[in-house]
Design a binder for this molecule. Structure first.
Ligand code: GLN
Length: 478
């Protein structure tokens, strides 16, 4: 992103040329990263940006091609959540973040592929078929923001927005060798984000480097009265200078390095932690006793909230309407049976069960109580450290359909990313190495609420001393 901003000014390249290059790339894209491309909107925005650059504007976002996950509303451009049930839905308004990005002069090139309703970790449950990993097209790019991650990694945009309910920005960022931020809950407005699990959902930026992520985060964060959970406070722009790591206490939870962690990932993350040590950080062991319940808590809370949020797709107000019906109830049944895929149906059923009279106390209430214990665990840990570091995922990218018949094992792979959503804390995934086969590995950094400055500052310092984030997948060079 920063390099494109420089090319516009130093090499006199026009945003229109870059936009055409990107649109051409998307036409030939073998990865299936996009669901919808907005050629006209992109060209118009590029023309406006060109004019402003000519007039000497130093706004770094001007003319930069950005992609938006297809669960974030874009006025006049279809927003499908990769679902049949929303296949004909064209929002009449922009999400708050989209409005902010348009005001910053970016070129929105299109909407990216995802798991249907952001439920998944593979981008294989989309109605348009899977997105492939640019590092190895037989592998998943991760999910649910797999399109947003693959598009950045394959240079089909300079940066993108994703959404993260249990890891959907960080896990695909890690699988695709890019940088992704799940911001503090309440710091980026969810207005215009199609709700999955409202107490966990958060929109965030994805780009090659932590500096680019910081630029995009500065552009989208801030109070929005249209989102009742948006936090009203003064938001300072995050610095693009690296953080001086001397004296910074890095907490390493033993629980993040247990059973199930691949040896390649373990080694790369431990090497990454050593880089911080060499930069002057102090490493401390921390104990997070309750995170072992994280996955169980998440799949109760997330499915409960999803079952309630998805009740609105009844064939009356939005999108698809089943017409194979004699009466109203039949119409609901037909709409929802044909509109949702199997994973979404599974979650609606699980969530309805967990909330039902008689089971509420056993499941939803108990999960909420354990969620509080996890929040307290992190609060205690941050008394003795400034930042927590561990792996983003237990394994590198796996085969596209390898886990399709085993949803439970797939859920368990969210173990490291889920705590940030349950606690609302910010978390960043940055590239920290490669497997022997050449697949990228990600490292996760977590910080106290609203301390994205520490998180991004540490990420920038790491990337100023390493080259992992600069490596590009081979297919792009062929
Ligand atoms: N993989 C998690 C899930 O399937 C996370 C999804 C997300 O963050 N949107 O629910």
């Amino acid at each position: 992103m920063l390099d494109i901003a420089r090319r516009f000014r130093v090499d006199n390249i026009s945003p229109l040329d870059i936009t055409e290059e990107i649109l051409q790339g998307i036409k030939q894209d073998p990865l299936n990263a996009y669901i919808t491309v907005d050629e006209t909107g992109a060209r118009n925005a590029a023309k406006e940006a060109e004019e402003e650059i000519r007039q000497g504007s130093d706004n770094l976002l001007l003319g930069v091609p950005v992609a938006i996950k297809d669960n974030i509303c874009t006025k006049g451009v279809s927003t499908t959540c990769a679902s049949n049930i929303l296949s004909n839905f064209v929002p009449t308004y922009d999400a708050h973040v989209v409005e902010k990005l348009k005001n910053s002069g970016v070129v929105i090139v299109g909407k990216t592929n995802m798991d249907e309703f952001a439920m998944g970790s593979t981008t294989t449950t989309s109605k348009i078929g899977p997105t492939k990993n640019p590092w190895d097209i037989t592998k998943t790019p991760g999910g649910s923001s797999g399109g947003s991650a693959a598009a950045v990694a394959a240079d089909l945009c300079a940066a993108s927005l994703g959404s993260d309910t249990g890891g959907s920005i960080r896990q695909p960022a890690s699988f695709c060798g890019i940088t992704g931020l799940k911001p503090t809950y309440g710091s980026v407005s969810r207005f215009g984000l199609v709700a999955f699990a409202s107490s966990l959902d958060q929109i965030g930026p994805m780009a090659r480097s932590a500096r680019d992520v910081a630029i995009l985060y500065n552009a989208v964060k801030g109070y929005d009265p249209k989102d009742s959970t948006s936090v009203a406070m003064k938001y300072q722009p995050t610095s693009l200078d690296g953080l001086d790591m001397r004296g910074i206490r890095v907490g390493v939870p033993g629980a993040f390095f247990g059973e199930g962690l691949s040896t390649d990932v373990e080694k790369a993350v431990k090497d990454g932690i050593s880089v911080f040590k060499e930069l002057g950080a102090e490493i401390v062991d921390i104990d997070l006793a309750y995170i072992r319940y994280g996955v169980a808590v998440y799949y109760i809370v997330a499915t409960a909230e999803a079952s309630s949020n998805l009740a609105r797709y009844d064939g009356v107000r939005y999108g698809l309407r089943g017409n194979n019906a004699d009466d109203l109830i039949d119409m609901y049944i037909d709409t929802r049976s044909s509109g949702f895929n199997i994973e979404v149906k599974r979650r609606i059923m699980l969530g309805t069960y967990g909330l039902s009279a008689g089971y509420y106390d056993q499941y939803y209430r108990k999960a909420s109580q354990v969620r509080t214990l996890i929040i307290q665990d992190f609060a205690k840990a941050f008394e003795v450290c400034d930042i927590i570091i561990g792996p983003t995922t237990p394994t590198p990218a796996f085969g596209l359909y390898e886990m399709i018949d085993d949803p439970l094992s797939l859920y368990l792979l969210d173990i490291y990313t889920i705590p940030a959503n349950l606690t609302g804390l910010p978390a960043l995934s940055i590239p920290c190495g490669f497997t022997k086969e050449g697949l990228p590995i990600g490292m996760q950094l977590m910080a106290p609420a609203f301390r994205e400055d520490i998180l991004l500052g540490a990420g920038i310092s790491f990337q100023d001393h390493t080259r992992f984030h600069e490596k590009r997948p081979q297919w792009n060079m062929m």
